[in-house]
Design a protein around this ligand. Structure first.
Ligand SMILES: [Zn+2]
Length: 502
């Protein structure tokens, strides 16, 4: 027995010695590759930017023609692509091997430094997510640019409508107004769901091939409700914010795509980063394996909608604490916002919010409406229609309003306002004088981020369509802010919408 154990011990010793030799060999090869890369960097003209990865021609496989690809260990996490029916004379934009995932200690993996929350943008570094041959080993983020639109980008490349090597021409595309930088931009606890430098990427980080993920612009907008506001005398044209008798408005807009710093996002939800990464990986059908394999990469560009800020009046006033600020945080409801469905109060509240924002701007303050792409309480329009059908085929009573959603979706609401206040920090907002919202979730998230709300303003009942009383009364009963009457359960049963036949 003893000699058998000794044999096993001896065998283990041999294995571990062999492993040590192998590791040292890998280390030597690694060093040599890195030396060669440096040599190549020196030889390459400066204009090629951050491209630091050795390229090689790869043989034909699965119908793919040779194209440059990064030198990564071929076996780990790579796969031959599915057969392509493309004719052999058409050059493919893809390399012959697909890199499914990368590992922190893999050869050629040298992520660009990304110091999230650093106040100096150059120290912070660019969010680098492209899987182009020149950056795949230098990526410091998971996912793809453009939120949900990344899928259309993929379609455009696949159908050869778009050259994956296309270089944007940024002439005259600079932001319309200057915002910040504010101290909040250098606080990794305050901004976790967007890139504070995202709108300046092409100018700050000239050497990268990365895209911007935020931008500002200016526009005029015309809404029939605002023409009514002028007619009724509630809104008086001033030629600057409200331009004329037709209620035309002048507005500065900021579009933002989501960029998540995963440790910060996990902290906002009170969960650990591992649980967040695992859930994101599992419930996107395994779309982003690096959520699991690259714990060294902390930034994720999720495939979800972003937000737009509509600012009335001088944008500089938003961050000026001596000026008053009126704010509406609005979550998308396409049926009402765009197509004027009367089952909810979304468009009326949006219009009321815009009117009040304009008034505040006319009085020398600032009015801001922020529009988040979170359709149907972030459950999506399909789920929303299931709920509508169930409500209208039933009795559609305010007392059952939340129950119907919960029965179908399993939750009342998935908008999770925890990440919403980031945009306020980015705009430099430090207090809100008039909050044009009745939602407790929005209120608590903002106040929880240290931004006080001085006054909450509910939607006046003159703006509420008859069929949407079910929604608004149910919300008020559930604790939404009101200065008016909060109905009892009994009274709620009496609030009924139109039925299926009407
Ligand atoms: Zn709605």
């Amino acid at each position: 027995m003893a000699s058998g154990l000794d044999d096993v011990k001896e065998a283990l010793k041999v294995i571990s010695l062999g492993q040590a030799k192998l590791l040292s060999a890998v280390e030597t090869v690694s060093q040599r590759v890195s030396e060669l890369e440096k040599e190549e960097d020196r030889r390459r003209p400066a204009s090629t930017g951050i491209d630091g990865i050795k390229r090689t021609e790869t043989p034909l496989a699965g119908g793919f023609t040779p194209s440059p690809s990064a030198v990564l260990p071929a076996e780990a996490g790579t796969q031959s692509p599915p057969p392509s029916s493309a004719s052999p004379d058409v050059k493919s934009t893809f390399s012959s091997r697909v890199v499914l995932t990368t590992y922190p200690k893999q050869l050629g993996i040298r992520p660009l430094s990304l110091d999230w929350g650093a106040a100096d943008p150059l120290q912070r570094g660019p969010v680098t997510v492209s899987r182009a041959p020149s950056t795949i080993g230098r990526r410091n983020a998971i996912g793809a640019h453009g939120g949900s639109y990344s899928i259309y980008y993929a379609l455009a490349v696949a159908s050869r409508e778009l050259d994956a090597d296309h270089k944007p021409d940024y002439t005259n595309t600079e932001p319309a107004v200057n915002i910040g930088p504010f101290p909040q931009w250098g606080d990794k606890k305050k901004i976790v769901a967007m890139d504070p430098w995202g709108h300046l990427v092409p100018w700050l980080f000239k050497d990268t091939i990365e895209k911007e993920n935020g931008m500002s612009s200016m526009a005029h907008m015309k809404l029939p409700e605002l023409e009514e506001s002028v007619k009724s005398g509630r809104l008086v044209p001033d030629g600057k914010v409200c331009l004329n008798a037709s209620g035309e408005l002048s507005v500065t807009k900021f579009a933002v795509e989501p960029v998540w710093y995963l440790p910060g996002v996990a902290e906002r939800f009170g969960i650990d980063e591992g649980t967040l990464r695992r859930s994101l990986f599992e419930h996107t059908g395994g779309m982003y394996p690096e959520l699991i394999t690259r714990s060294d990469i902390k930034v994720f560009l999720p495939p979800i909608g972003g937000l737009t800020v509509y600012c009335f009046g001088d944008p500089a006033r938003m961050s000026d604490s001596t000026k008053r600020l009126a704010l509406r945080i609005h979550d998308e409801c396409n049926g009402s916002d765009v197509f004027c469905s009367d089952i909810c109060t979304c468009r009326p509240y949006l219009m009321f919010g815009i009117e009040e924002a304009v008034k505040e701007a006319q009085k020398g303050g600032s009015g801001v409406v922020i529009y988040f792409r979170k359709e149907g309480r972030a459950l999506g329009e399909v789920t929303k229609y299931l709920v509508y059908n169930a409500r209208k085929r039933g009795e559609d009573r305010a007392s059952d309003y939340f129950k119907r959603t919960e029965n179908i979706a399993g939750v009342k609401d998935m908008r999770f306002q925890a990440l919403m206040p980031d945009i306020l920090h980015w705009l430099g907002i430090t207090k809100i004088d008039r909050m044009l919202s009745m939602s407790n979730m929005k209120h608590d998230a903002i106040v929880g981020q240290g931004i006080p709300i001085h006054e909450r303003v509910e939607l006046p009942s003159s703006w509420i369509p008859a069929d949407s009383r079910v929604e608004i009364d149910a919300k008020i009963n559930a604790g939404y802010f009101t200065t008016g009457h909060r109905m009892t359960e009994e009274e709620l049963k009496a609030v009924q919408g139109r039925n299926w036949e009407e």
